[in-house]
Design a protein around this ligand. Structure first.
Ligand SMILES: Nc1ncnc2c1ncn2[C@@H]1O[C@H](COP(=O)(O)OP(=O)(O)OP(=O)(O)O)[C@@H](O)[C@H]1O
Ligand SMILES: [Mg+2]
Length: 609
């Protein structure tokens, strides 16, 4: 709990004004809610003709005598009216007093809620913003073993849960305890014997109630985790709908979802049972206290005659009044437990440190002039080395092609060049500078990447291209599309470059998607191109189109091309044949053919197709 508050504090700091105003209004609220009950007493006095007769106008002697002064003044006014047989007017005054105090109580209550709302909504929005900023900053490796749905559940569900439950504490921490304290002060001044009775009740009921709430936090945590699984299922279902349907896997996915949903139902019902129990239980315990109070207090009024009947009724109202905040506190303690569980999950992400931050003395890479060098690099994602003692030199202006079996580590090289991951051994340098000593932003600004699976966003073609270059003009975009051989099909689209391409660009064909990704990289106009060609076999015509796109793109640039269709790379300056993370052959197309080794075999296989 303390930890969570410490973590929240920096977020709350931005809303200091609201915190202060909330405290001030809560103080006033607590004060007037006590006075509101006290104001009932003069009314009862008038009704039952118990008003203390005061015939002399009271004199003001300082703030210390405020209570007596106010009391006497009221009694003086009321007595004089009653003396003149104007009971109705007297009643009107005391009723007006009641209305006035209740009005102020509620006004201040409203104002304090208002400020707590600004505080709460502000903090939660900031949390959400920070979380997104953090999510987008964290390295790719952080996500390889996580479920997307779990992250989504945290940024949506858990922050929502904090909003609903955790922040109630802000309302309770000041308002309700103060109401209790004020009421108790007044109650003690009325009758200490009765007050002790009430005081006894609070710890007893508090103990009873907290004893059911113990398991709540754990259950709430389980619920949030399960919600993550649920969202993951929906997310995967939507993105894999085609495969699910074509493999008739609907049942399996339905089962997975229903199981998750039922688990959540079970958990939230269990939590709900306890939440629901809190209210009635404390009310029932409350009325028992009141009953005992009536019995004991009645004796004090009727037999021992130590307090007035009307004062006793006022006291009862106050006593019932403090049961309400006591109830609110006990009820909130449940929900706060839910909130803490949610906050834990939110802060787990926020606390997650970037595992590969830029070094303190990292420099900017302002351009690319000479050579990219991979020196004896070894790399593993998990336990097994994917690249072993791999070395490669790419001079400016060259096109180097990587070919080899599936899983030989080609895409991994692209991942390392862009520093999605860091090498375990050896080094990668650009113009002699180790890329670990270069800021990631400046490194990536020198590289145009086309990934193996075209990653496009549900947006217009224009906005997809803009990721390549924010300020590109329409002409530049069209130029890039032409180089990528994509203008052909885009110019015929009904809305041209402003056509929306659907989720992950799914309203385009595979070849069209690839060409659009290439255009995006062309528009970025970086000196180094890293092309991870898609494996999916395109038909001969779109293969030709993509090939022309690639050739256009490689012109005048330094390119590392990961090729599956060997026809693409016949003109490469250098071809590297890989097998299980190692180079087994290298040379030009013709040299390698003459060697009659692995490359020769691969080419033969493809020409048979
Ligand atoms: N994120 C990852 N976590 C763990 N292992 C990975 C990860 N990505 C790839 N691998 C493993 O690393 C090895 C090399 O993968 P890589 O993607 O580099 O192959 P590739 O040569 O590009 O293959 P393909 O021609 O099929 O694209 C594979 O054995 C793969 O299982
Ligand atoms: Mg690959």
């Amino acid at each position: 709990m303390k930890k969570i508050i410490q973590q929240l504090l920096p977020f709350i700091k931005n809303y200091k004004k609201h915190v202060v105003l909330n405290i001030v209004f809560n103080l006033l609220y607590a004060l007037f809610s006590t006075l509101a009950f006290v104001s009932l007493i003069p009314m009862l006095n008038v009704l039952f003709d118990r008003t203390q007769k005061v015939t002399k106008e009271p004199v003001w002697n300082g703030i210390g005598g405020l209570k007596d002064y106010a009391n006497d003044l009221l009694n003086y006014k009321v007595s004089s009216l009653l003396e003149n047989d104007n009971a109705q007017m007297a009643l009107l005054i005391v009723v007006a007093l009641v209305i006035f105090t209740f009005f102020l109580k509620n006004l201040f209550g409203y104002l304090s809620m208002q400020h707590v709302m600004y505080l709460k909504n502000g903090v939660l929005t900031d949390l959400r913003k920070d979380m997104y900023k953090h999510i987008i900053e964290l390295p790719i490796s952080f996500y390889s073993k996580r479920k997307k749905g779990d992250i989504m559940a945290r940024i949506l569900g858990d922050i929502g849960e904090m909003q609903n439950s955790f922040f109630i504490i802000l309302e309770l921490i000041i308002r309700e305890p103060l109401s209790i304290v004020f009421s108790l002060i007044v109650m003690f001044s009325m009758s200490w014997q009765l007050s002790i009775f009430v005081l006894l009740f609070i710890p007893i009921s508090g103990f009873l109630i907290s004893s059911i709430g113990k398991r709540l936090k754990r259950q709430s945590l389980q619920t949030q985790q399960e919600a993550g699984r649920l969202i993951s299922t929906v997310e995967e279902t939507l993105s894999g709908l085609k495969i699910i349907k074509s493999y008739n896997a609907e049942q399996a996915f339905k089962k997975r979802f229903l199981k998750s949903a039922d688990k959540i139902l079970n958990l939230i019902n269990k939590i709900g049972v306890k939440n629901n129990l809190a209210g009635p239980m404390s009310e029932f315990l409350g009325i028992i206290t009141i009953a005992i109070l009536l019995w004991y207090g009645g004796k004090l009024v009727l037999i021992e005659k130590v307090i007035e009947g009307t004062t006793f009724i006022g006291f009862m109202a106050l006593a019932y009044g403090i049961l309400t905040p006591a109830k609110a506190i006990s009820k909130a303690s449940y929900r706060v437990k839910n909130g803490i569980a949610a906050a834990d999950r939110v802060f787990e992400i926020l606390k997650q440190e970037d595992s590969m931050p830029d070094l303190k003395n990292a420099t900017e890479l302002s351009g690319f002039n000479k050579v990219i060098e991979l020196k004896n690099i070894s790399f593993k994602y998990e336990n097994e080395f994917v690249l072993k003692d791999f070395s490669l030199k790419v001079k400016k202006g060259e096109t180097v092609a990587l070919v080899g079996q599936s899983g030989s580590g080609k895409s991994t090289i692209a991942n390392l060049l862009t520093r999605f991951y860091d090498v375990n051994e050896g080094s990668i340098s650009i113009d002699g500078k180790d890329i670990k000593h270069i800021t990631k932003t400046s490194l990536r600004s020198q590289i145009g990447l086309v990934t193996q699976d075209s990653i496009l966003f549900n947006n217009s073609i224009r906005n997809n291209l803009k990721i390549g270059s924010e300020n590109a003009t329409e002409d530049q975009m069209i130029e890039a599309l032409k180089i990528a051989n994509a203008w052909e099909f885009i110019k015929d689209l009904p809305e041209g470059i402003d056509t929306n391409i659907g989720d992950s660009g799914n309203s385009l064909s595979g070849g069209q998607k690839q060409r659009l990704s290439i255009a995006r990289a062309v528009l970025k106009n970086s000196p180094i191109m890293v092309l991870d060609e898609a494996t999916s076999a395109l038909d001969t015509e779109s293969e030709q189109l993509v090939q022309v796109a690639l050739e256009n793109m490689m012109k005048n640039r330094t390119s590392i091309v990961i090729a599956h269709r060997l026809s693409t790379i016949q003109n490469a300056d250098f071809i590297v044949v890989m097998k299980q993370g190692k180079i087994i052959e290298q040379g030009k197309h013709q040299e390698l053919l003459d060697k009659k080794g692995m490359y020769h075999k691969l080419v033969l296989l493809q020409s048979l197709d």
